[in-house]
Design a protein around this ligand. Structure first.
Ligand SMILES: [Zn+2]
Ligand SMILES: [Zn+2]
Length: 315
């Protein structure tokens, strides 16, 4: 592909580290609703500025940067109230325009942030998924002293566990079918881990973080919620699948059902917050691949030994 030139308000970045997530697995098989095909994937990334658009201020060639991949219109009703993730004209980099799994990527300067000093590129590429967790957390009460139960110990589930622990949750449990991933959850600070169907308690959880996207997990989660409990739905459930819901439970226990999609305007907070989660990349990144090994990287990302798979486009 030809090297991109920056438009007046753009930067061209040489991505150093690009994370692979579930979105990329869907894109690769062509079943992502907002995907444009063909597209260069890669939306979780950090790298080095190699050229700067004529109207850009505040960035120079050689700057170490990370990028919020969601470019919103900035003027619609959702954008005006900060719900930029719900912008009808949202342009996600690496989904509907070419992303960072390439030697070079063009991005608008307005979604680019300087990597804090001392933060490596691998950690920089974790800012995007962490921002998804921060946005989800902003949708519910603070987690301090709450009994939290996380469904799914993929990369988002693990970040949710480490975040809830750091926030001072009273307990953090995890429900996850894979024994390997349950082990990872313990390493990330979970107090208790369970295979699906093996957790006995009912009505004893204040906050469920649903990060598996499995409809049976959602149904199970509702039965765990204590009075005034909240189900936070951040896993992507199939739009084709319904679950049973007894509206009486909402009334009787005053339950809350809350959705969270992508990262809204949480990216700048995540740039700050990532430094407060020590050794995150070391604990999180299980596999790295070169640019030409994308197929193998996707394969690895599908395995349950993968926490986060990183692609290194400059190697
Ligand atoms: Zn992602
Ligand atoms: Zn908008």
């Amino acid at each position: 592909m030809p090297d991109p030139d920056p438009g007046p308000c753009d930067l061209v970045i040489a991505p150093e580290v690009v994370g692979i997530c579930g979105t990329d697995l869907h894109l690769a098989v062509g079943d992502y609703p907002t995907g444009r095909f063909p597209v260069v994937p890669g939306h979780e990334f950090a790298g080095t500025v190699v050229s700067v658009g004529s109207a850009v201020a505040g960035f120079a060639v050689g700057d170490r940067v990370c990028v919020d991949p969601n470019v919103s219109c900035g003027v619609c009703e959702q954008c005006r109230v900060g719900a930029v993730n719900l912008c009808p004209d949202l342009v996600p980099i690496g989904v509907s325009v070419d992303g960072a799994c390439a030697e070079l990527v063009r991005v608008p300067a307005k979604v680019t942030y300087h990597l804090p000093d001392g933060l490596d590129f691998a950690t920089g590429a974790l800012i995007e998924p962490l921002a998804c967790v921060l946005h989800a957390a902003s949708r519910v009460r603070p987690m301090k002293d709450q009994r939290v139960l996380v469904y799914g110990a993929g990369s988002i589930g693990l970040l949710a566990v480490t975040y809830a622990t750091a926030q001072g949750a009273r307990s953090v449990g995890v429900v996850e079918p894979s024994a390997v991933r349950r082990g990872a959850a313990v390493e990330f600070g979970a107090d208790a881990v369970h295979a699906p169907g093996e957790r006995s308690g009912r009505h004893d959880v204040d906050l469920v973080i649903e990060a598996s996207g499995h409809p049976s997990a959602v149904a199970d989660a509702l039965d765990r919620l204590a009075k005034r409990g909240t189900l936070l739905q951040m896993g992507v459930v199939s739009p084709e699948v319904a679950i049973d819901l007894f509206a009486y439970d909402l009334f009787d226990r005053e339950l809350s059902l809350v959705g969270s999609q992508s990262l809204a305007n949480a990216y700048p907070d995540a740039v700050e917050a990532v430094a407060r989660l020590p050794r995150l990349a070391e604990r999180m990144v299980t596999h790295t691949f070169g640019l030409e090994e994308y197929g193998a990287a996707l394969e690895a990302a599908r395995s349950d030994t993968a926490r986060k798979v990183h692609l290194l486009p400059q190697q």
